[in-house]
Each structure stands twice: as C-alpha cells, then as structure tokens.
Design a protein around this ligand. Structure first.
Ligand code: PLP
Length: 386
C-alpha cells in the first residue's frame, strides 16, 4: 500500500500517521505475540503464522523506514546492523566476486575476512572513492555486489554514488550502500541508483543508545530480496517487537536529531580546523575535504554528525585528549543524543588500519558551545590556550 504523500519529515514525526484501529491511540502499539491464531478453515486472518517471519510492530517500523528511504522500496528489520549486513553477503552464492570499500566499519571488514572466505565468496577491497580503481577491479559478469559506506568510518571518505552505480550496473553487479552515517535525512541512495541500502539502526535511526537493530532495504522485490527475507526468517535474525517499537519511537525525532548533530559537527570542524594540536580534521563538510564537492551533491541539508581529529603529536596526545574531555562521553558507537569520543585503533585492535593518532567524534544534540569548550580545554593541555 503506498504511504501518504506527506513529506518524509511529517511521516517520521507521526510514525506514518495511523492511529491504532482498536483504541484510537496515536502512539504506535506493541504486538509481542510470537504466534497467530489459525482459523477453522486452516487460514490465518492476516497471513501471519509465527513472529520469526512477520510481526506487525516490526512491519510498522519497516514501512516508516521504507517511506524515509523512498523509491517504493521494501524493508526488512534485523536484530542488529551486523545481522542485516551479513544477510546480504550470505544471500550471494559461493564463487561470487564482491567489491568492498577499503575504508568501512571494521566489524563488516572483520566478518568478511573471517567468514566470507569459508562461505566461498571472493572478496576484494578497493578504493571506492576512485572510480578508476573500481573500474579496474570490477569483473563484468562475475562481480555480483559492490558494497560501499559513505561517509566511511572513521576517515569519512566520500564515494560518488552515481558514478559507482553506473559502473556496477554496467558490469551486471548490484550496489549496496551502508547508509548508517548519512541516514535518509541527508542521503537517499536509491535516488542515485543503489539497489540495496543497509543500516545499523542502533545508531541514528533509533538515536538513544538503547536498541540494537539493523535494516536491509531493496529497490525491487526481486528473487535476491526474497533470499534476504528468507535468510532472516530461517536464520532467526528477526528484530524483537519491543526493539522495533523503540526504534519506531526513535525515528519520530530522526530529522531533528540529525540536523542538530550536523550543524554542531560543522561548527566543531570549522572551529578546530587548523588548530596547532591537530594535523587534520576529517569532516566532509569542510571545503578542504577531498570529497566535499561530491558530498555537497549527494548529501542534502548537512554533512552528518561524525568527524575525526588526527593529533599532531601522535597516539600519546590522542589518548591525553581522550582522558581530558568532560562533556564528550568516552564510549564506542555513534549516532545517539549524547556526544561520544573514541580512540578507534584501540577499539578495533592491533589489526586495525586506522592511524593511532585518530579520535572519532559522534556529535549529539548538546549545545555546540558546551562541546567546543570541552574540546578546547582538552586540546589546550597539549598546546596551551588559544
Ligand atoms: C556504519 C556501520 N555499519 C554497521 C554497523 C554494525 O551495526 P550493529 O552494531 O548494529 O550490529 C555499525 C556499527 O557500529 C556501523 O557503524
């Protein structure tokens, strides 16, 4: 059923705008039932049998996320972002060639390195920011999937989605975009030709650091989509109804949170770009960022709430700043209402390719002045007040 033709922001604020048909309540309801009653004639009232396959609370959250990503896409929620991402890879066939961004969330990279090989996938990493590198690595007829994250964790590199989709489609490959960081508020990958969109809904979509969830969306309900849905059902990767309900509640404030985080991240990046304690501020909203022009084309209304600092004096200085902040919370993850700071190399472990002078910042909804004062004080310990 097509959703109302309201703006995405209104659909989110009103959780699609349907009052509960039984009570008239405006807040979405939770349906925790694991099973559904069979009628005497053997049928099921709404076609649902068992909640590992279908659940009405998840379906409402799925319909809302599909409306936000646009393009009449289909959506399936999963128990985590990793469950969603791996469902896509596990729906490929042994021998399929997969081209993946060199810079991406380390959990996906680690899973690909440890499990995809035994699954029989032929995984190759490439610089997806460079269309020539992609064109050279792609194997027409053998490459089945291009997987990209943009902005990409934790260097915030930008891939040109239009160029990537043209290359992928010309070679007969699907293009999957991990849209966790941009969110549909800033980028809707289907508009650039993507075939699949993946989210860690744990991050901005829920936004309150209290739900683990993931999502896969598909531009078409084709046999590959059916394989992904079937994987979820058979592997038991479904999101629970309480988590789906919390996610639905979180998405109602998605636009406010993402816009606020983006504005503050830009203010922080602008304020600290050129600071003597830093060798680089990595943020696609800065005109000096190599991907800025592309980001300006494919991100609308902001450049996101994620940025990284590289410390001029190296790892010791990064750890000193980490220890000195008082408003930023020292924790992993991203996309919540509170601002977080993390030493990514330490979080990822010794095999991490992330430079050890890098601190990753997830900007929340606190006032910019508090966050800037906090970072200013911590950086002043290295070079004195400015
Ligand atoms: C960009 C990105 N994709 C996927 C994931 C995995 O999501 P989850 O932790 O919900 O399994 C994360 C988690 O940090 C992420 O940042």
């Amino acid at each position: 059923m097509p959703e109302r033709s309201w703006s995405a922001e209104t659909l989110a604020a009103q959780a699609l705008g349907d009052a509960d048909p039984l009570s008239g309540g405006l807040a979405p309801v939770i349906n925790p039932s694991t099973n559904y009653e069979q009628q005497p004639d053997g049928s099921y009232r709404q076609g649902r049998v068992y909640t590992r396959a279908d659940n009405p609370t998840s379906e409402q959250a799925e319909r809302l996320l599909a409306a936000l990503e646009g393009g009449g896409c289909a959506c399936a929620l999963f128990g985590s972002g990793m469950a969603a991402a791996t469902a896509v890879f596990q729906s490929l066939l042994p021998g399929d060639h997969v081209l993946v961004s060199r810079v991406l969330y380390w959990g996906v990279r680690k899973w690909l390195a440890e499990f995809a090989l035994t699954w029989g996938l032929d995984v190759e990493f490439t610089d997806t920011c460079d269309p020539e590198a992609v064109a050279a690595a792609i194997r027409p007829g053998r490459t089945r999937l291009l997987w990209v994250e943009t902005p990409a964790n934790p260097m915030w590199e930008i891939t040109d989605l239009t160029a990537l989709c043209e290359l992928g489609h010309a070679a007969g490959a699907r293009v999957a975009v991990d849209n966790t960081v941009a969110t549909p508020v800033l980028t809707r990958p289907f508009e650039f030709g993507a075939d699949l969109v993946v989210h860690s809904a744990t991050k901005y979509l829920n936004g309150h650091g209290d739900v683990l969830a993931g999502a896969v969306l598909a531009a078409r309900r084709d046999p590959f989509w059916e394989r992904i849905r079937s994987w979820r059902r058979n592997a038991g990767a479904m999101l629970g109804p309480f988590e789906a309900w919390l996610l639905l509640r979180g998405m109602r404030t998605l636009f406010l949170r993402v816009h606020r985080g983006s504005e503050t991240a830009l203010a922080i990046a602008t304020r600290f770009d050129g600071h003597p304690a830093l060798s680089a501020v990595l943020y696609p909203g800065l005109p000096s960022h190599p991907g800025h022009q592309i980001a300006a084309r494919q991100m609308h209304g902001g450049f996101g709430g994620m940025l990284s600092f590289r410390l001029a004096e190296g790892a010791g200085a990064a750890r000193a700043v980490l220890g000195a902040v008082r408003v930023f919370r020292r924790a992993t993850s991203l996309g919540g209402v509170e601002s977080l700071i993390e030493h990514r190399r330490d979080a990822e472990g010794p095999s991490s390719p992330v430079p050890d002078d890098l601190l990753r910042l997830s900007v929340g909804i606190e006032p910019a002045a508090d966050l800037i004062a906090d970072l200013d004080a911590a950086l002043s310990l290295l070079v004195g007040p400015r």
